[in-house]
Design a protein around this ligand. Structure first.
Ligand SMILES: [Zn+2]
Length: 327
């Protein structure tokens, strides 16, 4: 069964990417008060042309876009925000923390590199891998437009143009669902993806704040999401789907499988998050280091929150240990 996009007033604008997750989706929505663009893909000419073509197909131009609504602050969803807003006067709408979190995630300063290096060292990562990863990081820069403005903050529970705003932090701190209250469909971003397991990436906390356990937070949000009547889900990547409860269950069971792999392997002398990431991803290179480390850290924090592991710092490096009879 294919999604009745047209009945919902939705037009998908898929943008090809060089990343493993494939296309990134933008959605034009004309069923409300003026034209809305959900998400904004990449700051590339290809992205811009694809958007213009999609607009032309419905007899619109960029100037007709009244608002840009963001599902979260990640760079594959925000690239054209500035250009669209400048050309159309559209208001930029989304989670209140989007500019703050985008600023924390997409900094390319020496100071930010030092923060990343210290974080990874404290997780037991070998210094040559850390420096290799930091050398690669500028390659991401051409794809990043860091959202630094928000004309309309959308708090949890807010309502606009027929959509209920539901914050579902976890995959990112700004993940948001837009649930159309009468239309039988939702814009779901990267919170639930049918064929990809969305992973929380380690994030820098705002100054003065403690870091949160991202995977624990993600699972709480997934359970909330599972209970909501979302109808057709229009995701940030991949095709629309209707069975979001089954998709949530698949993601949760994937976390459970990883947990079991870690518990079956973890030696009594304990292991660092780096060693755990190496166990889960034996061929991990510098290109995916931060991602793989994020997965390992998330799983270890989840296991500890479930009372199945404990951790301690050993000379400034974190180690996780199995719970034994003695404990
Ligand atoms: Zn994405």
């Amino acid at each position: 069964m294919s999604a009745p996009n047209e009945a919902f007033g939705l037009q998908t604008v898929p943008i090809a990417t060089p990343f493993p997750f494939g296309d990134a989706n933008m959605y034009l929505y004309g069923g409300g008060d003026g034209l809305t663009l959900f998400d904004a893909a990449f700051p590339t000419e290809e992205s811009w042309l694809a958007l213009q073509e999609a607009l032309a197909a419905r007899g619109n131009t960029v100037r007709d876009i009244r608002r840009v609504v963001l599902t979260h602050h990640h760079f594959d969803h925000t690239g054209l925000v500035g250009r669209v807003a400048d050309e159309s006067g559209a208001e930029v709408c989304g989670h209140p923390e989007i500019p703050l979190r985008a600023g924390l995630a997409y900094s390319f300063t020496e100071e930010h590199s030092a923060w990343m290096a210290a974080l990874l060292a404290g997780l037991g990562t070998p210094p040559d891998l850390v420096s290799g990863m930091l050398e690669r990081r500028p390659l991401q820069r051409p794809f990043v437009y860091r959202v630094d403005r928000l004309d309309r903050a959308l708090p949890d529970g807010a309502f606009f143009d027929g959509f209920r705003v539901v914050h579902v932090p976890g995959h990112s701190p700004t993940d948001t669902l837009f649930v159309h209250e009468t239309g039988g469909f939702s814009i779901t971003g990267d919170h639930v993806l049918e064929h990809i397991t969305p992973n929380p990436i380690m994030r820098r906390p705002p100054p003065g704040e403690e870091g949160v356990k991202c995977l624990v937070q993600f699972e709480e949000s997934l359970r909330l999401c599972r209970s909501l009547p979302l109808g057709w889900c229009f995701p940030g990547h991949g095709k629309p789907f209707t069975n979001h409860a089954a998709v949530v269950d698949r993601i949760l069971s994937r976390h459970g499988e990883r947990n079991r792999r870690i518990l079956a392997w973890l030696p009594e002398i304990g292991a660092t998050p780096y060693e755990t990431a190496r166990h889960l991803y034996p061929r991990m290179g510098t290109d995916v280091l931060f991602f793989c480390m994020s997965v390992a850290v998330g799983q270890l924090e989840l296991l500890e929150s479930q009372g199945l592991l404990h951790s301690s710092s050993d000379g400034g490096v974190l180690r996780y240990f199995p719970i034994t009879e003695k404990d």
